[in-house]
Design a binder for this molecule. Structure first.
Ligand code: GDP
Length: 317
């Protein structure tokens, strides 16, 4: 079994690649929920939605979030009714949030709601939230404390952050299936997601870090940092705030407790050769994923890096 830990935008691209090279019953996707937000009374789980839409072939390629070809008529009306305008939900996207919210209100845990949504979207691989319990990524700035969406969407990550906290993490339990799949995995991949705000919340849920430390499978991470900067978003800035350099060495530092293989971009070949050591193998390839071929090639490379020949032969559906 292949287990992948992921956030939304960057991670979903690799998950799409893994979907092409791993049989669905052999793939478990564990998703960050620290970005979750209640909006218009609905429970929105942006990273789960990106993963589900990405895996179902529904994701907007242009925006990188939400449903391809969606309209925003409800949003326009909500703005006219005086609702805060900075967080956009598309009309088709709303159906997902309405369905999830109804399931949660009926008492279903987030994991079950996610599994049902995935099945309804035709996804056969397993998609798990990191936890059924609410964990909120909070960012302290000089002025105030922001939720992840306030920081990322409303402030366009242009404010200086002093600390990142994962509210509720200390009481959260890993969702059913998370620890079991990590323990049973033949390969574990950390997608090129933000180490601080996408992978960080998952490692903060008690039990997950220990499961990674004691996993029998090799653990490979694809660097979201290419050529000394994040491909997109605030990962570089937030890593510096954590005291880690905004380089592949910083990514290695973030995952030093359990990482076996770091997959860096060819742009970082020189640094990779310095970082390569007895305890951490650093390998380079093209890690920028634009086409499905890029995604598939990187997914294959990640599985090869975990040295799991029995699962890399799968040619996809
Ligand atoms: P979020 O939940 O929306 O923040 O999404 P993720 O954490 O999954 O992804 C954000 C990270 O993906 C950023 O740090 C980017 O640097 C990284 N990223 C985006 N696209 C690519 C890509 O094509 N290749 C690599 N290596 N990293 C990428």
């Amino acid at each position: 079994m292949v287990v992948v830990f992921t956030g939304g935008t960057g991670g979903t691209k690799l998950v799409q690649g893994l979907q092409q090279v791993v049989a669905p019953e052999e793939l478990t996707v564990i998703v960050n929920t620290g970005d979750d937000i209640e909006w218009w009374g609905l429970f929105v789980s942006p990273d789960i939605d990106s993963v589900l839409y990405g895996m179902a072939g529904l994701l907007s390629t242009e925006r990188g979030w939400g449903v391809e070809g969606d309209s925003f008529r409800c949003l326009e009306r909500m703005k006219r009714l005086g609702q805060a305008p900075w967080f956009s939900l598309g009309d088709l996207d709303l159906a997902t949030h309405l369905t999830r919210t109804a399931m949660l209100r009926a008492g279903k845990p987030l994991g079950e709601a996610t599994a049902e949504l995935a099945a309804k979207m035709g996804i056969r691989a397993r998609v798990l939230p990191m936890s059924d319990d609410r964990v909120s990524t909070m960012l302290d700035t000089a002025k105030d404390t922001l939720t992840f969406q306030e920081y990322f969407v409303r402030e366009r990550h242009q404010v200086k952050v002093h600390t990142v906290r994962f509210e509720g993490a200390e009481r959260a339990r890993p969702a059913p299936g998370v620890l079991e799949s990590v323990a049973a995995a033949d390969a574990i991949v950390l997608a090129p997601s933000n180490p601080v705000t996408s992978i960080g919340p998952m490692l903060a849920v008690p039990g997950i870090l220990d499961a990674l430390r004691t996993a029998k499978a090799s653990i490979a991470a694809v660097s979201p940092i290419v050529g000394g900067a994040a491909v997109s978003g605030p990962a570089g800035e937030l890593m510096k705030m954590m005291g880690w350099p905004s380089t592949i060495a910083g990514v290695a530092r973030a995952y030093e407790d359990f990482l076996d293989v770091l997959i860096a971009d060819r742009a970082d070949e020189v640094e990779a050769s310095h970082l390569n050591s007895k305890t951490l193998r650093v390998v380079c390839t093209s890690t920028i994923m634009k086409s499905m071929d890029d995604k598939r090639a990187l997914a294959r490379f990640a599985l090869d890096a975990c040295a799991t020949p029995q699962i890399t032969g799968f040619a996809g559906d």
